[in-house]
Design a protein around this ligand. Sequence first.
Ligand code: HEM
Length: 342
Amino acid sequence: MSSRKTTAIALSALSLGALVLGAPVAWAQPAPSTPPSTAPAPTTATATIDVMNKLWGRHPDLRANHARGVVVVGSFTPTPEAAGLSTASIFTGKPVPVTVRFSDATGLPNLSDGADAANPHGMAIRFQPEGGTYVDVVLNSLPYFPVATGEEFLQLLTAASESGPDAPKPTKVEQFVAAHPAAAKAGAGVRTPSSFVRETYNGIDAFIFVNAQGQRQPFRFQFQPVAGGDYVSKEDAAKLPPDFLLDELPARLKTSKAEYRVMAQLANPGDPTKDPTQPWPDDRRMVNLGTLTLTGAVADETKAQHDLRFLPNHLTPGIELSDDPLIDARVRSYVISFGRRG
Ligand code: HEM
């Protein structure tokens, strides 16, 4: 594979395809000469959001990543099998109301839905059981993540920000990808779906189910569209209206529902849970946890976009964190992004 192609795939995996596709990205400028600072170094999370803001601009009210999105509502009906795996209140049997935000990757506010850089698309679900704590599940369309930790993700974003069209070869990002094989492969298969609800979304990070007997079972979420996956070629995607995905979903839900099978891939004993770059083998058991049915647009889209602050560690008894360090890295970065969007 040519180094240009490898780089393009790695960047697309990271929602950074914009860098090689000529989207309006703020390139790194030479640092002005300033006296050494005595301020403490920013945390990894703050530095990560700083680089995202440098790459995609800082836009009041918008998320640092996955800035463009659409919010819809529906419900989740669990299977009896789910209750055998976990005591979580969302699996007790009754339908649970949900709010779901689908999104394009990057923090670019004017990105076209069909652009390569809009991959991987995101799906964030808030389960709101009556009288119980809400549970957030935050997914995207990658099969696994390009890097294993928040520190590596910062290194990759930083390398990308220093790899503009005039950067000497091999660019910083090419060097990073050469040293991190998963970075080139993670996004190789991502494609533009014909609808947000014709795409499969993956949890990537491992979590732990705990059942009534106290048994602990590591798993990863996968949300599968009941209607099946359906994708648009790169050439056709480039010709579609910029908001074709954002507009299509609320219009579709006026006349029909959209369903997802909510699946969990169960780890075998010994499968690693702390490395989101390592998918588990395909033969691992998949359990159907229930059906997510989307029924319509949210009542106040602007308010919902603003108020929703999904956190992948907002769980409930019966679902616990694993030792995957990326979850904490995500949470810390999301909180910085929340603070900047007010
Ligand atoms: C260290 C790794 C990661 C970092 C630093 C990161 C960073 C971010 C940030 C800053 C936001 C905006 C938060 C907000 O203001 O609401 C965001 C949103 C999002 N991220 Fe991540 N992310 C990471 C990994 C992941 C992974 C592994 C997934 C999928 C499994 C994912 C899926 C999403 C989705 C779907 C959204 C949009 C949430 C919404 O609709 O409000 N991210 N991410």
